[in-house]
Design a protein. Structure first.
Length: 260
């Protein structure tokens, strides 16, 4: 069952659910309410057996300008617990995306600033349009990186490059982002980026869902373990995968083909 929504457009394209941030007048800036709606929508997709993959995007030619300044200033005017509530709303969203059983593909066009960049990086694959402009803008606003960026970015580009992107806060274009390893593909425009993201999601949706889910978890936890811990997690995960019907059918098909 889909959640009630005001800041999102939710569309099903076969087994792929497209979640589009829909605050066009504010370039899809993220309020705490938007974060809560996205969190609920990602969770609802994961609970729906008909959904096999998710695409996260924005309307109006932009992914998101980052945190909503009006919402942030309202929280600043309140007491300290309100500021913690602001951060934790976005943290719950990042965790929901990271830990979802579903593969999630981000389609990013136009501006993707601040926390919006890191929201995209929490997804499993990223497709950029040629006009995408990414910026870890936090230091320009007098704040530190958030929405998981200080954890996510060094794992993608290395510590020194992450420091450059976060402490100098340059705006980078789509080709630069792709060269850094922040994107899996660059498409000519927003529509093409969305279609490529949906196509990738459809490819993922066609694979055994249990295997995709286990593989995602194994990869996401790889940075948390040393080699021995990673190998043990791999052993437990592979044992579970090998007991699944898709694995048995896959090996039986391979054996029959090899016997010819």
């Amino acid at each position: 069952m889909r959640p009630a929504t005001t800041d999102l457009q939710i569309t099903d394209r076969g087994p792929v659910r497209v979640l589009a941030i829909d605050r066009t007048a504010r370039r899809n800036a993220l309020s705490t309410g938007t974060a809560a709606e996205l969190e609920a929508a990602v969770r609802a997709a994961g609970d729906d057996p008909a959904v096999r993959a998710v695409v996260l995007t924005g309307t109006g030619g932009h992914f998101s300008a980052g945190g909503d300044a009006d919402d942030i200033l309202t929280h600043i005017a309140e007491d300290d617990p309100e500021l913690l509530a602001l951060m934790r709303a976005f943290h719950r969203l990042v965790v929901e995306i990271w830990e979802s059983r579903l593969p999630i593909v981000a389609a990013v066009s136009g501006v993707a600033y601040g926390g919006a960049v890191n929201l995209a990086l929490a997804c499993d694959l990223v497709v950029l349009s040629a006009d995408a402009r990414l910026c870890q803008v936090f230091v320009r606003r007098g704040v530190v990186p958030d929405v998981g960026g200080a954890w996510l970015l060094p794992r993608l580009v290395g510590l020194q490059k992450a420091k450059e992107l976060m402490l100098l806060a340059p705006e980078i274009d789509a080709d630069h982002a792709a060269r850094l390893g922040l994107a899996n593909a660059v498409e000519p425009d927003a529509e093409a980026a969305l279609e490529r993201a949906v196509a990738l999601a459809e490819q993922l949706a066609a694979l055994p869902p249990y295997t995709v889910s286990l593989g995602k978890k194994l990869l996401n936890h790889s940075a948390d373990d040393d080699l021995r811990g990673s190998l043990e997690r791999e052993a437990v995960t592979q044992a579970a995968a090998l007991r699944s019907r898709p694995a048995q059918e896959g090996f039986e098909a391979f054996r029959r083909k090899s016997a010819r």
